[in-house]
Design a protein around this ligand. Structure first.
Ligand SMILES: [Zn+2]
Length: 291
């Protein structure tokens, strides 16, 4: 069962988030038929974005994260909400590269260099947009840099996705530390030491799970738990609502030209097809709604 632990530790000076997301990554693998490399890259982005979604304050707040890199994977897009419903896709789900010099999946080569962009929609305010350069492409460092430079929030992050021989994910998760305003050097140093020891967080998740890790690693903790999951929000209603904003003329023009309107959801690979009679009822419904 995927789970997110959130609390403070290190004398109450450092905020700590521990995420177990093996199921979420397996859901992404199933939906997108991901290669191990694509699964690692999209999986790490899903985990980092799950952390980001867990910092959204209000019900209904949403975010989207785009990794616009020049690696073999192409763009990676992840979206989520304050209830930790997460979804994502990668342009080239079948991408492959030789293992890197450490014998690990070459996530940096999959992502490449470019720009990381975050858009947060919170209530009625204009969406908040922040971005930073993708320097490492290993994703954890890039999200940490995003927080440090774009949101002025010093952040340490370890992420890991381990793929088994059957191409399924056997362990995926992350540990994220953020300093609280009154953090002292001693607490920061202890947090850094723990973070440096987490070079293989996916094996920790695989072997002991987030719960045991949290209990073992933090002696002075208070944690809340949340349940993240892979869940696409698309539906007939959602897609219809999107189409109707294009206006009747545009919709009828397209149906006349192509015989139908097809909408593909990149996040769950579902196709929605609308024929002329569907557009008729769509338009009629929207007129009735307006009264
Ligand atoms: Zn969908």
């Amino acid at each position: 069962m995927d789970i997110l632990y959130k609390g403070v530790a290190f004398n109450g000076k450092i905020s700590v988030t521990v995420i177990e997301a093996t199921q979420m990554v397996n859901e992404a693998i199933k939906i997108h038929n991901l290669s191990p490399l694509a699964a690692a890259a999209l999986g790490r982005t899903l985990i980092a974005s799950t952390f980001m979604a867990s910092t959204l304050k209000s019900e209904g707040d949403r975010l989207s994260v785009t990794l616009n890199g020049n690696g073999v994977g192409g763009h990676i897009v992840v979206a989520g909400d304050s209830n930790l419903n997460m979804r994502g896709y990668i342009d080239n789900p079948q991408c492959e590269l030789p293992l890197n010099s450490k014998g690990k999946l070459d996530v940096a080569g999959c992502v490449g260099q470019g720009r990381l962009t975050v858009v947060k929609s919170m209530g009625l305010k204009d969406p908040y947009t922040g971005s930073c350069n993708i320097e490492s492409g290993e994703i954890a460092e890039d999200f940490a840099a995003y927080y440090t430079f774009s949101e002025q929030q010093p952040t340490g992050m370890a992420l890991g996705v381990k793929i088994g021989t059957d191409l399924n994910c056997v362990g995926a998760g992350g540990v994220i530390f953020q300093t609280l305003p009154d953090a002292d050097d001693d607490s920061i140093e202890k947090a850094e030491q723990l973070l440096y020891s987490l070079t293989d967080i996916s094996s920790i998740i695989q072997n002991e799970g987030a719960k045991t890790f949290v209990e073992r690693a933090f002696d002075d903790y208070t944690f809340e738990t949340f349940k993240p999951r892979y869940n696409c929000i698309c539906s007939n209603e959602y897609i219809s609502g999107m189409l109707i904003t294009l206006g009747a003329k545009e919709l009828y023009d397209t149906v006349e030209k192509q015989g139908k309107i097809e909408v593909h959801c990149h996040f769950c690979n579902k196709d929605y097809v609308y024929y002329k009679e569907d557009i008729d009822s769509l338009i009629l419904n929207s007129i009735n709604k307006k009264g």
